[in-house]
Structures are given as C-alpha cells and as structure tokens.
Design a protein around this ligand. Sequence first.
Ligand SMILES: Cc1ncc(COP(=O)(O)O)c(C=O)c1O
Length: 364
Amino acid sequence: MFIADLETPAIVVDLDVMERNISRMAEYCRSHNLRLRPHTKSHKIPELAKRQLDQSANGITVAKIGEAEVMLEAGITDMLIAYPIVGTGKAEKLADLATRADVSVSLDSVAVAEAISEAAKKRDARVGILVEMDVGFHRCGVTNEEEVLAVARAVADLPGLEFKGLMFFPGHLQVPEKERAELRAGVNDFLGASLAKLEDAGLRVDVVSGGSTPTAREGHLFTGVNEIRPGMYIFNDRNMVSVGVASIEDCALSVITTVVSTSVPGRAIVDAGSKTLSSDTHQVTAGKGFGMVKNDPDAEVERLSEEHGNLNIARSPRAYRVGERLEIIPNHVCTTVNMHNRIYGVRGERVETVWEVSGRGKVQ
Ligand SMILES: Cc1ncc(COP(=O)(O)O)c(C=O)c1O
C-alpha cells in the first residue's frame, strides 16, 4: 500500500525520521550519562514505547493509570506516572499496578501520599514516589525547598511508599534558546536548594527527573538532573520547529489531507478540522494558525471547524485544486495523535506499518 492509497485525513509517520529522532535522543543521553524515560503520551502506542526502550531508554513515563495499564499489557514494566493520583479508586488501581510492575508516581501533597500509602499497604505493594516541584510552569508542584522537604519526609515515613527523589516539568521553557537559558538559572537555584535540604536531612535522592522536549538536549545543564522525560521529540511538531529544537526535516508526523473546496476566493478547505488536527494553538506566534502546510509557507491554516480546515491562501502564489492532497505538520503532535485510532508508518511513498493508538482515550 502507498500513501496515495490512504483515505484522508490520515496521520502518517516517516519512519526514517522517527528512527533518527529516537536514536539521537538516546545518543545524547548516553553521552551525558542521563537516564531517558520518554513520555509516551506523545504516541500512546506500546510498539513505539518498545522501540524507545530498545534504544536504551530506561523506562517510560505515562500521564494516567489507563495509559500505564495499556503499556503493562504490552509487557512494559518500568514506568513513572507523572501525574498526581487522587481518589481512592485510582489509588487502588495504582497499588494493583505496583504489584505487577515497577511503578513510581509524582505528587506534591502529603494527603495524596497518605491515600496511596493506604492502598499500597492493603495490597502489600510498594510505590516509588517523586516529589514534584513547581519550577515556574505553575501547574503542579511544591513551590519552595521547605515544602520539598516536608513532603519528602512524610513520604519516607509512610508504609508502602519509597521516596525516590524529585521531579519537575519545565513547561515554561517552551521558548527560544536564549530565553530558556535565562529561565534555567531560576530552576537551578530551586533544584540546588532542595537537594541541599534533602541531603542535610539525610534523605537519599536517587532520581532527579526533569526535561521536556524543548529542554531535552539541555538536560545536563540542570542541577542534579539524572533523568529526562521528553515526549514530543519522537515526532516533533510546528511548536518544536518554532522554538528551534527541531527543523522541518525532523518532523516525522504529518496529516495527509484532501482539498475539498476552493469555491470561496482566497480559501482552500481541507478535510482536516479540529477533530483531526486538534485545536491546540501555535505557542510561539501568539496562537496564529493550526499547523504548517508543508511546501507552502504562504498558506495559513487560519480557522478550524470540526471537519473543515480553513486555509487562507490569499498570499500563496500556488494554485489549489479540489481533490489534491496536502501535508500539514500539526502545532502539537500529542493532541493530534490523541484524535486518531491508527497511525501509518511510511518509508518514502510506501506504507510499511499500521499502529493502533491503543492508549487513546485513556484519560482516567
Ligand atoms: C510531566 C511531564 N513530563 C514530561 C512531558 C514531556 O514533555 P514534552 O511534551 O515537551 O515532550 C510532559 C508534557 O506535557 C509532562 O507533562
């Protein structure tokens, strides 16, 4: 089968580019002695997680228990759930998982730690715990070294839990390199102060887990970090090109879409709307556009309806015609992937493999 045979819209992944992305990150981590724990929310496909593990990843990261279960079913047994597990039902599922796999979880409150401990005790399970720090993204995480120590101490004293170390997500560093370098100093101050506090208290820190795709190749510049968790790097996307950590040639994933209407002057309508691309905005040019049309920088994916992508082609010298196919690089691969049941792995024009996105919809 060839790409031209696929019904559109379809998500295709260029296998050569993806394989290069996987091996480059593995090589970077090896050369800096960093453990690699890729975030699999970016693909939600166990076969791809296994390819990452085969290339020297030490384990995987997931966001939800449902994703962890899909990965475990496929035989992957070392995972970090980088999300606070709140609620008795979830704590029990986590404890069950921990009887079958090596599972850690991040958290930022004693209350969450106590609930997990309760569930773990009942099942005689042991759950690894990373204390999450808010290093500036202001999402989850304790905000100063006193709180780091307080939560770490509580975790170390609770049965069924094993305090393993620290975790942070530098989401605010999804900016160009110069700004990242300035923001990194603040992150390092907090990391340094927290590690010193824990050391003074005699608490052993085995893991300091950081990293996102924009900061992945700077992992070695973060104080004490010995593990990184990039996710998007496997495919890359328009946002990663815009912050300068990938080129268009490094973007493995694209949406194949068909022009379905050109009747309105200055517009080309494609069959990839928000239910195909996702509505995630471009994070760099103040949210402008919903993707990048490959080979036509003058076309803008200006508006999305659910099933219509509305391209502004007024500035494009190119003639668009109904029935032709375009390739769009999405703004954010993770949310695009989550819209699709399957993804096609291609080499050249040939479809080599089809993956079911089995972690799709596992939001609990
Ligand atoms: C906790 C956590 N770790 C790692 C990642 C992966 O980072 P990126 O999406 O930049 O690859 C994310 C992404 O949202 C995350 O939330």
